[in-house]
Design a protein around this ligand. Structure first.
Ligand SMILES: [Zn+2]
Ligand SMILES: [Zn+2]
Length: 209
């Protein structure tokens, strides 16, 4: 008969993993697991990075990520949500000792390579705000927030002598913003290419604030 060196339970009262009882062995296993895992997620397509590659977010993808984090243990994801993943951790080298553990998912938002390219220089519209510096600054910030919220983005902003030019990835979103705020604009359209026989324009909206 064995006795656990930590709690003094005997092998008649509990299962043993090595020299420790199942309770103490489980506690030791849990104590050795880090409580937080970093998840790199693309802010545009929401894919997560597993083993250096961005893959669609799924239970399987998250389980693969956790398995890499908690090597050499076997990981089964029980569920996840609100930044917490609950997993079953099994130590195969210790006779299959298993514990359930919550882990905090620390999401690190970034851009995947595809979206980085997409963002590099792509734009459909330029919104030119001119006038009072304060008003222009607020309009630029407000347009940026609006575009981000609608799944579009600002490619770049350019400081001009009497205002700021905002390069927007979507002319639809840019125009929706302008209409929602009842801003008067002068529009101009520049042909910049053709796609399947359809002419593509880049729109410029000139707005005096
Ligand atoms: Zn014990
Ligand atoms: Zn992406």
């Amino acid at each position: 008969m064995k006795h656990c060196p930590i709690c003094n339970r005997s092998s008649e009262e509990a299962r043993f993993y090595g020299e420790f009882c199942e309770f103490c062995a489980g506690k030791k296993l849990k104590a050795g697991l880090h409580a937080e895992v970093k998840v790199e997620q693309c802010r545009d397509c929401m894919r997560i990075k597993v083993a250096g590659v961005f893959v669609p977010e799924s239970k399987g993808a998250l389980e693969a990520l956790l398995s890499r984090e908690y090597r050499p243990y076997r990981i089964r994801l029980i569920h996840s949500g609100n930044g917490i993943a609950r997993m079953l951790v099994t130590d195969e080298e210790r006779g299959g000792l298993s514990v359930e553990q919550n882990v905090h998912l620390k999401v690190d938002r970034m851009l995947c390579d595809d979206d980085m390219k997409k963002r590099a220089g792509y734009y459909e519209a330029i919104v030119q705000f001119r006038g009072d510096e304060g008003k222009v600054g607020r309009a630029v910030a407000s347009l940026e927030r609006y575009l981000e919220k609608n799944g579009t983005f600002v490619t770049k902003t350019e400081q001009k002598e009497h205002g700021v030019d905002v390069y927007a990835s979507s002319k639809k979103s840019a125009l929706a913003f302008i209409s929602a705020r009842h801003m008067k604009y002068k529009g101009s359209f520049e042909l910049h290419g053709e796609k399947r026989g359809k002419r593509l324009y880049r729109n410029t909206y000139f707005i005096t604030l």
